[in-house]
Every structure is written in structure tokens, then in C-alpha cells.
Write a protein that binds this ligand. Structure first.
Ligand code: NDP
Length: 499
């Protein structure tokens, strides 16, 4: 041990005694004048900030992204401009529905968020380990999440809520199929792929753009837990994925992902058999092959969990020139919701917290003040001005898009095509063992819901693939003739028949 460090107050004043409160009398009464005691207790009382309403339990690390292939024909993004260019990143992985103390092995999609500190500002890729999502309109999101959380009366998770909503939301069938495969219980954060899920725009200039999907493929290989293994780990080692990420980086075994894009031209988008902006759909890789872009390596653990991971603030609306949004209704809603939650949890100056602050870019903005403002330059504080030489960058703007006229609440109409991709996954992609585990995982959960809900949901599996529905029905021990009849109805009739 070297020279001992001096304990101080939060303001750097030497502490004379940190074990006894200031008191008077025998027996002693504590004095309000003990400012050191009061500060300790008051600060402790305020240690918790609002928990993220989704993605509360997570782990994160720093690293870098390196361009390995030339994609400059698709985008003018500076951080993608040349092979070999490296950009610092911070990545956060998470479960979705569980609270901050919940088990890492719970069945859930895994959040996969990456902040790129680019030389043209921060770009966030805020995705999941699944390429699709349960719903395709943000207006359904609060209801959907309520059903994955706790019953408002009993404060317990409720299979009725869970399956009632999903069976009333048939567009969820693709994501439900992925969630209940063993990919819904990954062995660790290092063993998952990441997907931007939404469709994004990449553009070179105001005339030249394409649509892209983003894929991060794990170099550690996909590894999943069975339902039994996940259940056991939840009790024995609820933080196993958090520990695995931290320990592997600490030991110099740096996790890495290869990054790819799929590219669709605006003309192809107009003609594709699936709505290319519908987040419940993928683009088939045989039609839109994966194009390699780069590699992400995580090689530095945060020094402090709270400052870097708990306060990390990502937004799918944080774009840099060369990348922009698409007309995906979920993405449009998330672009509001994420910054809004950060303003609530961390305050209006959350971008000043070190993990969120731009590093490679020099911000010059005239936004000022607000709580917890840590650094900002003085005057001027308005634009335009003639006090300093400052200009905007119109050449960096994305292309303007033609949109039809009219303002309406345009609902997605449920179509047969909405069942195709879940069926493809079941029939074409999954192995025999994957299918067995999928059916077992579904039945173990769905059997706890009311029987009428079991019927309604099994009819949706049947619509995705007849064998899929039949296997689930068999595992639940329900009447398959009734399932088939329900599957033949349209959704409104099916709901009426199972009310
Ligand atoms: P391919 O047949 O070309 O490839 C299959 C894809 O499925 C791979 O990306 C594979 O990921 C992934 N996969 C394997 N098992 C599962 C699982 N249990 N849950 C989720 N994904 C899994 O795919 P297609 O493009 O022809 O699409 C067929 C189906 O594959 C889709 O309907 C969709 O369900 C699924 N899929 C498609 C993706 C896409 O972007 N097109 C992405 C992910 C899934 P890996 O190679 O890393 O093992």
C-alpha cells in the first residue's frame, strides 16, 4: 500500500470523523448542524433516478467501429467514408420488460444499442437482437408494454394480459416466433446479433439515396439457453450476462461483431412484395444480400456503471449526415419517445453527461441553460447573428421525399402476407430441434392463459404454418378442429368467436 488517500466531503473538505454523528447529551441526540451527516443521508435518498420504463436491466462497454469495406457509393456519412476509418463507440445491451433487478436470462428481446461518436456528431443505432418488432405503429406501444409488465392489481406478471394482447395483435406473430425460439433466451450479450430493425435511409446527396437495413453479426457465434437452463440461471446467477460481458473484456477477450447492410433502391421499395417500411417484416437475404461494412469491437469496460451505463441516452433519431429516417411509423414514434424519456430521467442537458457527449465533433449550438448545465459557451446565444462567423450546412441535408397528400390515421390492414415470414422462419430456417424447443417454450407459457385466448393465439400460429399451429395445439392439448375453424375466420370474427 502506498500513501493513504484523504477522505473528503463532496466539496473536497477534509473529513475529521466519518463514523460518528454529531450529538449532544447522554443518551445522545443527533444535531441538525452535522452537515456532513445530513449531506450523506440526503444524497443517499436521491441515489435513484427514474428507472427506464423499458430496457431497465442492461450492461455496456466502450470500443470502436472500423470500416472494412467501401460503402461510399451509398452514403456520405463521414464515419463510413474510407476503409480503415475508426470511430469510438459505446454499446449497451439489455432485456426489455424486466425491472432493473430482474434476471438477465428472462425470455425477452435483447436491446442492442450502439452510440458512434463520429466526427460529424453522435449517431445512435438503437436496435434489438431481433430484426423485427411486435407492432408497427407507435400508438400501440404503451399498451403493448403494459401487457409485458405487471398486472396493475396483483403486481404479478400475467399470461392472460400477455397473450390477450398478442392474439389481438396478429402482426406480432413473426416477433413472437423469434421470441419463443431459443433466441429469446440468449446465453449472453456477446452471443447475439444486433439489428437496426427499422428501415433507414442512406444518402450521398440530395438526389441519390437508398433504403437500408443494418445487421450486426456476432463473431462469438449465436449461443442460446434452453428454457430449463434459463430458468435455472435466473435463480443461480441473475446477472450472468452482465458479468460475462464485463469479465470477458477485463480478460482481454474482446467481443466483436461484423456489420452489414442490406440495400434497396427507391424503385425496388415501390415494388417489393412486403412493405419495406413495416418493422414486422425483414427483407429476404436472397433478394437483398448482406453487404459488409465494418466491424465493431468492445474493448473497454466503463469505470463506473451508473455514470456510463445507467445514464447512457440513446435515440433512434440521432442521425449524422448520410443516414436518416424512413417512413416507418414505429421509428417515427421512437424518435420522439427516446429523447423525451431522457429529458425525464436525466434532464434536458443529458447530452452533456460524458457518455452522451460528442467526442470527435465540436458542438456549436445556441441551446442554453436548463438544469445541470455543465459546460456551455457564452455569447452569442442566438442565430442568425453577426457576432461570430457561423453558417449552416445545407449540403448535408437528406433528400426531400414525395409523400401523398391527406392527413389521416392510416391503419395497417391485416393481410395474409403478415403471416408469411413467421412461417418461413418455422419451415425454412429452423432446425427440427429449434422447432421442438419453440413449441415447448410457447406451450409452457401459453398454457397459463385462459383457454379461449389459447385458441385465438394458436389459430394465429396455424395461419403462419399449419404444422406450427398443429404442434402448439397438440402441446396445449386443445381441440385442433376448433383451431382450424378459427384460423379460417378473419381477425374480427376470430375475436368475436373467442370472447
Ligand atoms: P435466410 O434464410 O437467408 O437466413 C436465415 C436468417 O435467420 C439468418 O439471418 C439467421 O441468423 C436467422 N435465424 C436463424 N434462426 C433464427 C431464429 N430462431 N430466430 C430469428 N432468426 C433466426 O433468411 P431470409 O432472409 O430468407 O429470411 C427467412 C426468415 O429468416 C425470415 O422470415 C425471418 O424470420 C428470418 N430472418 C431473416 C433475416 C433477414 O434480415 N432477412 C434476419 C434474421 C432472421 P444467423 O445467420 O445469424 O444465424
Amino acid at each position: 500500500m502506498g500513501k493513504k488517500k484523504k477522505l473528503t466531503s463532496i466539496l473536497g473538505q477534509p473529513v475529521g470523523n466519518d463514523q460518528a454523528s454529531l450529538t449532544t447529551g447522554k443518551p445522545p441526540f443527533t444535531l441538525l448542524g452535522d452537515t456532513h451527516l445530513i449531506e450523506k443521508l440526503a444524497h443517499f435518498n436521491r441515489e435513484r433516478i427514474p428507472e427506464r420504463v423499458v430496457h431497465a436491466k442492461g450492461a455496456g462497454a466502450y470500443g470502436y467501429f472500423e470500416v472494412t469495406h467501401d460503402v461510399s457509393k451509398y452514403t456520405c456519412a463521414s464515419f463510413l467514408s474510407e476503409v480503415g476509418k475508426k470511430t469510438e463507440v459505446f454499446a449497451r445491451f439489455s432485456t426489455v420488460g424486466g425491472e432493473k433487478g430482474s434476471a438477465d436470462s428472462e425470455r425477452d428481446p435483447r436491446g442492442f444499442a450502439v452510440k458512434f461518436y463520429t466526427d460529424e456528431g453522435n449517431y445512435d443505432m438503437v436496435g434489438n437482437n431481433t430484426p423485427v418488432f411486435f407492432i408497427r405503429d407507435a400508438i400501440k406501444f404503451p399498451d403493448f408494454i403494459h401487457t409485458q409488465k405487471r398486472d396493475p392489481v396483483k403486481n404479478t406478471k400475467d399470461p392472460d394480459m400477455f397473450w390477450d394482447f398478442l392474439s389481438l395483435t396478429p402482426e406480432s406473430i413473426h416477433q413472437v416466433t423469434i421470441l419463443f425460439s431459443d433466441r429469446g433466451t440468449p446465453a449472453g450479450y456477446r452471443n447475439i446479433n444486433g439489428y437496426g430493425s427499422h428501415t433507414f435511409m442512406m444518402y450521398k446527396n440530395q438526389e441519390d439515396y437508398c433504403w437500408v437495413k443494418i445487421h450486426f453479426k456476432t463473431e462469438q457465434g449465436i449461443k442460446n439457453l434452453t428454457m430449463e437452463e434459463a430458468g435455472e440461471l435466473a435463480g443461480k446467477d441473475p446477472d450472468h450476462a452482465t458479468r460475462d460481458l464485463f469479465d470477458s473484456i477485463e480478460q482481454g477477450d474482446y467481443p466483436s461483431w461484423k456489420v452489414y447492410i442490406q440495400v434497396m433502391t427507391p424503385e425496388q421499395a415501390r415494388e417489393y412484395k412486403f412493405d419495406p417500411f413495416d418493422v414486422t417484416k425483414v427483407w429476404f437475404q436472397s433478394e437483398f444480400p448482406l453487404i459488409p461494412v465494418g466491424r465493431m469491437v468492445l474493448n473497454r469496460n466503463p469505470v463506473n456503471y451508473f455514470t456510463d451505463v445507467e445514464q447512457a441516452a440513446f435515440s433512434p433519431g440521432n442521425f449524422v449526415p448520410g443516414i436518416w429516417a424512413s417512413p416507418d411509423k414505429m421509428l417515427q414514434g421512437r424518435m420522439f419517445a427516446y429523447p423525451d424519456t431522457h429529458r425525464h430521467r436525466l434532464g434536458v442537458n443529458h447530452h452533456q453527461i460524458s457518455v452522451n457527449a460528442p467526442r470527435a465533433a465540436n458542438p456549436l449550438s445556441y441551446q442554453r441553460d436548463g438544469t445541470m448545465s455543465n459546460f456551455q459557451v457564452g455569447a452569442p446565444n442566438y442565430y442568425p447573428n453577426t457576432m461570430e462567423e457561423v453558417e449552416v450546412s445545407p449540403e448535408k441535408l437528406p433528400p426531400s421525399l414525395e409523400v401523398g397528400d391527406g392527413v389521416q390515421r392510416s391503419e395497417y390492414e391485416l393481410k395474409e402476407v403478415d403471416f408469411v415470414q413467421a412461417g418461413e422462419l418455422y419451415r425454412r430456417v429452423m432446425s427440427e430441434q429449434d422447432r421442438k424447443n419453440l413449441v415447448k417454450n410457447i406451450a409452457a407459457h401459453l398454457q397459463n392463459a385462459q383457454e379461449r385466448i389459447q385458441y385465438r393465439q394458436t389459430a394465429l400460429f396455424f395461419k403462419a404454418d399449419e404444422n406450427y399451429g398443429a404442434e402448439v395445439g397438440k402441446a396445449l392439448g386443445i381441440d385442433m378442429d376448433r383451431v382450424k375453424k378459427l384460423a379460417a375466420l378473419d381477425q374480427e370474427e376470430r375475436v368475436a368467436a373467442t370472447e
